[in-house]
Design a protein around this ligand. Structure first.
Ligand code: PSV
Ligand code: MN
Length: 425
């Protein structure tokens, strides 16, 4: 399903309310000496990939409540991302999970994606489930004590790279569920060593213009020990691999109250930040909507990202951006619209930080002043700026309103059926 330009028109037309709020904000920003055109261009350029598994109903291990009209195949998943792109102008790529979304005909899928203006972000391998492969991953994959299981997992990753090459992807994301559930079950040191060796084999099959994004997570599905539990272990392994391997930060993969902005700053300091999986969390890997629980934390993360890139320690362009949330009981498309908006708003707020003033406060020990600088930016209502950027890109004023008024979910249900279920977790 695609929305026609005629249908979109009524959501694009000049809205007097928006014009007023935009005039006010742009006046204020001009008065503060900010270049409004530069801000708009930065917001327009910032695009966030959507994973192929995020388009179906989320849920927990206790239940999954179908929403109806879920995409039944990869073609329909691309169509859903196309809809999001049309409305929000904030996403232009899909991140595929193999084997959940193996493209049967890569050429045709590539063609379809390009018609929708969608490219292929990092490929995700999956060695955390048994999905019809010969040997079980019950006791791990790249870290398994059995060399034939490790080989199988390495081969799977190499295969995912091959699929990615045929689609024009430039990255491989590796997330390992490997670990143990009980003390004594695994040799912790050997499991790490085997993981490093397996990763080296995968890395040697990585094309020279690709990157390897190594994700960490403290617990779940293993509850005693996880082989790559934190950014430090991931960075250590990446260091052993080479420059193309960097650390992937998934916001939900931290123990409560971890200072994620500090992790971002530290990784950027070493040019070791691969990218982000955006979501939000109250307790653990809750996969809640980005910006719904801790918007200030997200803003502080963007502060570090902008600071690091402006200071030249790691380029903005070298970082990958993706949403990785489960939406739980929400409509996934509505949730993705909200998440894309929250990320853009957070980024826009961080762009307003007076970095010169902040630097002066930091150098002069002005704690109160530093906080004022941050709060000044954070408390600015940047929504007119984000809307203006979207309208100028050809998107609609309010994607959520358009999604609802155009009855998109109802149309998807009638097209695909009430019980259509997407692949994924
Ligand atoms: C694991 O929790 C994770 O964050 C990884 O990125 C997976 O690939 C993804 O979620 C989907 O299960
Ligand atoms: Mn993730």
């Amino acid at each position: 399903m695609k929305i026609s330009q005629a249908q979109l028109e009524s959501f694009i037309t000049i809205d007097p309310q928006h014009s007023k709020s935009w005039d006010r904000l742009s006046d204020q920003l001009n008065w503060e000496g900010k270049d409004v055109e530069v801000l708009i261009a930065k917001i327009q350029q910032f695009q966030i990939a959507v994973p192929s598994w995020a388009l179906g109903a989320g849920g927990t291990r206790f239940g999954r409540f179908s929403i109806g009209g879920e995409p039944r195949n990869l073609d329909e998943k691309l169509e859903d991302i196309g809809l999001l792109a049309q409305l929000t102008k904030k996403t232009d790529a899909v991140s595929l999970h193999i084997p959940w979304d193996i493209p049967e005909d890569p050429k045709a899928i590539k063609q379809k994606a390009s018609e929708l203006g969608i490219g292929f972000d990092a490929m995700n391998s999956n060695t955390f489930q048994d999905y019809g492969q010969e040997l079980s991953y019950k006791f791990g994959s790249l870290s398994n004590a059995d060399p034939s299981v490790r080989r199988q997992a390495v081969e799977h990753n190499l295969h995912v790279i091959e699929i990615g090459k045929s689609l024009g992807s430039k990255g491989l994301t590796v997330w390992l569920a490997d670990g143990s559930n009980f003390p004594g079950q695994a040799n912790i040191r050997k499991a790490l060593d085997w993981t490093g060796q397996s990763l080296k084999e995968i890395y040697s099959g990585l094309p020279s213009d690709w990157k390897l994004l190594l994700e960490y997570k403290p617990y779940e599905p293993n509850f005693y020990h996880t082989v790559i539990p934190d950014w430090g272990t991931s960075a250590l392994l990446c260091r052993e691999l080479g420059e193309q391997a960097k650390v992937l930060v998934d916001l939900g993969h931290h123990l409560p109250n971890t200072n994620i902005e500090q992790i971002v700053a530290t990784l950027m300091y070493q040019n070791m930040l691969a990218g982000f999986h955006f979501n939000d969390s109250k307790y653990g890997d809750d996969d809640l909507s980005t910006g719904s629980v801790k918007p200030y934390q997200l803003f502080l993360i963007f502060n570090e990202l902008i600071g690091g890139s402006e200071d030249g320690v790691q380029s903005w362009e070298s970082i990958s951006w993706m949403i990785d949330a489960s939406h739980n009981t929400k409509d996934p498309l509505e949730d993705l619209i909200q998440a894309l908006e929250a990320i853009a708003v957070s980024y826009a707020k961080a762009l307003l930080i007076d970095r010169i003033k902040l630097h002066e406060c930091q150098m002069g020990g002005d704690l109160v002043g530093a906080q004022e600088v941050l709060q000044e930016a954070f408390l600015t209502d940047v929504r007119p700026l984000v809307r203006e950027a979207r309208l100028r890109s050809g998107g609609v004023l309010s994607p959520l309103e358009a999604f609802r008024k155009l009855n998109i979910r109802e149309k998807l249900v009638s097209e695909r059926g009430r019980s259509a279920q997407a692949t994924g977790l």
